[in-house]
Design a protein around this ligand. Structure first.
Ligand code: MG
Length: 263
């Protein structure tokens, strides 16, 4: 399964090697079990402003910036985009309610994934649409020694946000690696779309209520039901990525030899 996924990825992105050096982690729903609080606070605040939605909508919207979510709700409910004042006002209310609900619980299995990743000497970065202040303090508290501010992409860094490839391309730049030298871990359809559009190998972890199909259709290269099962498979993913590189190189050598012989 992993081997085929890597082969399909190399085919799709027209690359010959896959040699991971960095892992780009999404935050909500991957490092933190926070999506249920986001969905709840979004839904409550939207309803307060007569904006039409159901809680599941926010799992589909996840990854995009808060302001773009508010525009989408305004288009849907009133047939127009929101003004800057409306966006700022509603987003501030939603952020306040989220902070009230959020218990800051790390995602089960995320520490195990990080241990594996660090064990292989890979860089660890966070790429999130979140605009929460003091995010790095929170990350340092939950995952000591894993993340630094210089290697984070947040809502403050981007112009477009997910599903645009921009945030993950920025992540590559901050890591100083090429697209075939990174792995993304995402839980949201728009995050997966962003990763796939950036040409990076994207692993979806379905930690929310959406059907698996939504994530595979968004372009996930591999899919896991939770972070624990991903941690258990990490060794296999690493071994297969190295052998994929090896197989490709051998194939290229063979082709070169064939061309030489048939000159
Ligand atoms: Mg997420």
């Amino acid at each position: 399964m992993i081997q085929q996924a890597i082969a399909r990825y190399l085919e799709r992105t027209r690359q010959t090697t896959f040699s991971p050096k960095a892992v780009l982690f999404d935050m909500d729903g991957v490092l933190y079990d926070s999506m249920r609080f986001h969905a709840r606070s979004w839904h409550e605040i939207a309803t307060r402003h007569q904006l039409v939605s159901v809680p599941e909508d926010y799992y589909m919207f996840e990854g995009r910036t808060g302001h773009s979510t508010i525009d989408e709700l305004f288009q849907r409910s009133f047939g127009r985009t929101a003004t800057v004042e409306e966006k700022e006002h509603i987003y501030a209310q939603k952020a306040a309610l989220f902070n009230q609900y959020n218990d800051g619980q790390p995602m089960t299995g995320a520490r195990e994934v990080l241990e594996q990743v660090k064990g292989y000497g890979l860089q660890t970065l966070v790429v999130t649409g979140s605009g929460q202040l003091s995010l790095i303090d929170k990350l340092n508290h939950s995952y000591p020694g894993c993340f630094i501010r210089a290697k984070m992409v947040t809502a403050y860094d981007v112009t477009y946000g997910k599903p645009h490839p921009e945030p993950y391309l920025m992540g590559l730049e901050k890591a100083g690696v090429q697209k075939n030298e990174a792995i993304i871990i995402e839980n949201a359809p728009m995050g997966v779309q962003s990763g796939a559009a950036a040409g990076i190998f994207t692993i979806a972890v379905n930690t929310g209520p959406l059907p698996d199909q939504v994530l595979t259709e968004a372009g996930a290269d591999l899919l896991y039901p939770d972070m624990n099962s991903l941690a258990k498979d990490w060794k296999k993913i690493m071994e297969n990525s190295f052998s994929a590189t090896l197989n490709r190189n051998q194939e290229e050598q063979k082709q070169k030899l064939w061309i030489e012989l048939h000159k």
